[in-house]
Design a protein around this ligand. Structure first.
Ligand SMILES: CC/C=C\C=C\CC(=O)SCCNC(=O)CCNC(=O)[C@H](O)C(C)(C)COP(=O)(O)OP(=O)(O)OC[C@H]1O[C@@H](n2cnc3c(N)ncnc32)[C@H](O)[C@@H]1OP(=O)(O)O
Length: 715
């Protein structure tokens, strides 16, 4: 919907109305067609201002319409009509102008905005490109390199940045619509020739072919198989080399390919899933909309190792006061130095002023006595954490929330050490904690709804995608990782090399395969966890432990002091300790040959299909177990954990969405196949939820949540 009113005598004010973000639904597009036509033909209207109601200009095309039949007038002719108007049209941008919203503004002759408004062409993050002229108009306005940066990354700009780049003509911190109306009055009668962006030449770098070749190489490398960034480059190349109308044709062709692709469906699923997970619920019935977070201004962080430092930085960047505690003076000084450096680098990268004076360092635990929330980030040692939670429960205020950054330990057990178990939740950050977007908020059976709501809200303030999950060993992310990593080791025992496994996973879209990832995070980390579970038998090669198949390969490498990148040797060889360039290691190859010979294993050829099926279906199968147990509320929660915390390719939607696209019956059939071949691997035994879903006709993923909650007999 859009309304036309006349203001200040001769300005036609067109207001878009489709809360909350004025998305360009069929009704809004029709409203724009009607109001523009009326404004252009009304002799009393001398100039036009387009704005959005409720403080938002326009959040772009209505993404909800993408799944179904698109009706209503298309955007391209609407925008061409606006640009061709012989009366000046000014976009008054409040809040956001994103995607089709910014393309609408680019079709106007002038743009005025607020310094804090958000502008951008984020279509690439939905698996699309700006197909209403965005790829053709933006390069003509700001030049090819700057346009490529915005279109291929989809990043948002502030109004102030947009002014610097020349996307907008004016920034005001007064009332934007009033400023635009005043401006519209002042330009009546002026020539619009130079204001129609489609008629401008496209400013290009000198050697255009070499330039695009370089860009294409870079974009393909960082896209990890995503097709939309590549199509964005092709569309901008068309703007640089073709007249506007032909460029527009190319834009439409490329869009048509993307629009029907599985990648676009996956990315749009991610967009909505990110919002679904913020509306959390737990099996006990507590929910996001009935649980009010407690206000938090001051947070204590205990333990300033890698995780504690990152958490301190994330909190400070979110504007919170932090009391950072370490036990020894020397370690505290080292942490203070490291945190200052991290803050400085992040502030520089984000172009914001330095924060840091709100962090107080101490070697006394009592320093957290007056905080509202504590995040414990000490070593992953239950005895140490038990002691700490007992102390905190005594010295903190009675209503202080006590949170643990543990990645796998029992939150309920920690809660039982305190006077107020209802105030204990897990806040599981991912390293580096000030960079990684994921936060698992772990509730125990006794956690109060307010405690969960407060941790979720704090995550949001830190810019995290916070996902509420139940309490179990490894929670959601690390619990699912176990079978994935184990399968990779089994494949290596059976004949694959780490390179073969990693290549298959990297070609699938992971930034790093499982072995390169293990080398990066340190092989000793998993070794310690396996030791704690009583699985490690030093020097032993037995392949059955605790009644099931076990691969001792990781333990044997650790026993050789091969901890990965930090020791210069792990599953790969590195130039030096700390180096990142992984080389295949001839030593490892002979070690594996000897190992297989001693185990009586006959090495066989393993192809990438088997790697993908065994690693990914084992991971997915555990996801179904997690859903069945109610540890995750829905598939979206698992998918967002894997996309934002574990590098699962976003253009595949996450493991559960990927399973839904492969087909649940196919996943089940392949798991059954592998289980027959490997009956001693429990994680290949298909989950009963997967069987239930297949026998109920493999419903759409959007229905799983409701089906999981149904009693079995209702299916
Ligand atoms: C043939 C032509 C085909 C395609 C042309 C495509 C061009 C495009 O324009 S694609 C869309 C590009 N736009 C975007 O990607 C913007 C997406 N939205 C956002 O980034 C944010 O929502 C925001 C506008 C910055 C506002 O953020 P915030 O204030 O944090 O609110 P949210 O919780 O994100 O959103 C509130 C509510 O609105 C829904 N929503 C947001 N944008 C859209 C949209 N473009 N279409 C439909 N719905 C949208 C969002 O899902 C939320 O809904 P809830 O039901 O409340 O969860």
């Amino acid at each position: 919907m859009a309304a036309l009113t006349r203001v200040s005598g001769s300005v036609g004010l067109i207001s878009l109305l489709n809360p909350p973000v004025n998305a360009l639904s069929a009704a809004v597009r029709q409203g724009i067609v009607d109001t523009v036509r009326r404004a252009v033909s009304d002799p009393q209207v001398k100039s036009v201002v387009i704005c959005g109601q409720n403080g938002v200009f326009c959040g772009g095309a209505d993404i909800k319409e993408f799944g179904g039949h698109m009706s209503g007038p298309p955007l391209v002719p609407i925008f061409n009509t606006i640009e061709a108007a012989d009366k000046p049209v000014v976009a008054a941008i409040e809040g956001s102008a994103l995607g089709g919203g910014l393309e609408l503004a680019l079709a106007c002759h002038y743009r005025i905005t607020q310094s804090k408004a958000r502008l951008g062409l984020p279509e690439v993050s939905l698996g699309l490109l700006p197909a209403a002229g965005g790829t053709q108009r933006l390069p003509r306005l700001i030049g090819v390199p700057a346009a490529l940066d915005l279109i291929t990354t989809g990043r948002h700009l502030t109004g102030a940045e947009a002014l610097k780049l020349g996307i907008v003509d004016q920034v005001t911190d007064q009332n934007t619509v009033e400023a635009a109306v005043k401006f519209a009055l002042s330009i009546v009668g002026q020539s619009l020739e130079s204001r129609r962006i489609s008629t401008l030449p496209c400013p290009c770098p000198a050697d255009i072919d070499a330039f695009f070749e370089g860009v294409m190489q870079r974009v393909k490398k960082s896209a990890h198989g995503a097709i939309a960034p590549v199509a964005c480059v092709q569309a901008v190349q068309a703007a640089a080399t073709l007249p506007f109308t032909q460029g527009m044709q190319r834009e439409q062709e490329l869009m048509a390919t993307l629009f029907g692709s599985g990648q676009a469906r996956a990315l749009q699923y991610c967009f909505f899933s990110q919002r679904v997970v913020s509306k959390w619920s737990s099996p006990s019935g507590s929910r996001w909309d009935t649980s009010k977070p407690k206000p938090v201004t001051k947070v204590g962080v205990i333990g300033l190792g890698t995780m504690g430092r990152g958490i301190t930085v994330a909190l400070a960047l979110a504007g919170l006061s932090v009391v950072a505690v370490e036990t020894q003076q020397q370690q505290m000084m080292a942490a203070q130095h490291a945190v200052s450096g991290m803050l400085e680098r992040t502030a520089r990268r984000r172009g914001v002023s330095l924060v840091g004076d709100q962090i107080r360092y101490s070697v006394e635990l009592e320093a957290v006595a007056d905080v509202e929330l504590v995040i414990e980030a000490v070593f992953e040692d239950m005895a140490l954490k038990e002691k700490l939670f007992k102390q905190l429960s005594t010295l903190c205020k009675a209503d202080t929330l006590l949170c643990s950054n543990t990645s796998s330990l029992d939150i309920d057990h920690l809660a039982s050490q305190t006077h107020s178990p209802q105030l204990v939740v897990g806040m599981h950050f991912f390293a580096p904690a000030h960079v990684m977007k994921l936060l698992e908020v772990v509730y125990g059976p006794r956690s109060a709804p307010q405690a969960v709501a407060t941790a979720m809200e704090l995550g949001k303030r830190m810019g995290k995608v916070s996902v509420a999950v139940g309490n179990c060993s490894g929670f959601v992310g690390n619990r699912m990782l176990m079978p994935y990593v184990e399968e990779a080791s089994f494949l290596v025992e059976e004949g694959a090399s780490p390179e073969i496994v990693d290549r298959a996973l990297e070609e699938f879209g992971f930034p790093m395969g499982v072995f390169r990832m293990s080398d990066l995070s340190g092989l000793d980390v998993g070794w310690k966890v396996r030791k704690a579970r009583g699985l490690v038998e030093p020097g032993q090669m037995s392949r059955v432990r605790q009644g099931r198949r076990y691969s001792p390969l990781g333990d044997l490498l650790c026993e050789q002091g091969r901890f990965g990148q930090k020791t210069g040797r792990g599953w790969y060889l590195y130039d030096s300790a700390g180096s990142r360039e992984a080389q295949p290691d001839p030593w490892l190859q002979s070690f594996l040959e000897e190992y297989r010979a001693r185990q009586g294993l006959v090495s066989r050829r393993i192809d990438s299909q088997e790697v993908l099926e065994r690693c990914l279906y084992a991971l997915i199968n555990e996801g179904f177990n997690i859903l069945q147990e109610g540890i995750a509320a829905g598939p979206e929660d698992i998918d967002m954990i894997y996309v934002f915390g574990y590098g699962f390719p976003r253009h595949r939607g996450g493991p559960m969405f990927y399973a839904s696209q492969v087909g649940l019956a196919q996943v089940l059939q392949r798991l059954e196949h592998y289980q027959q071949l490997h009956p001693d691997i429990p994680h290949l035994r298909p989950s009963s939820l997967l069987r239930r879903l297949v026998s109920s006709g493999s419903p759409r993923i959007q229905r799983w949540r409701e089906i999981i909650r149904m009693p079995h007999s209702s299916l």
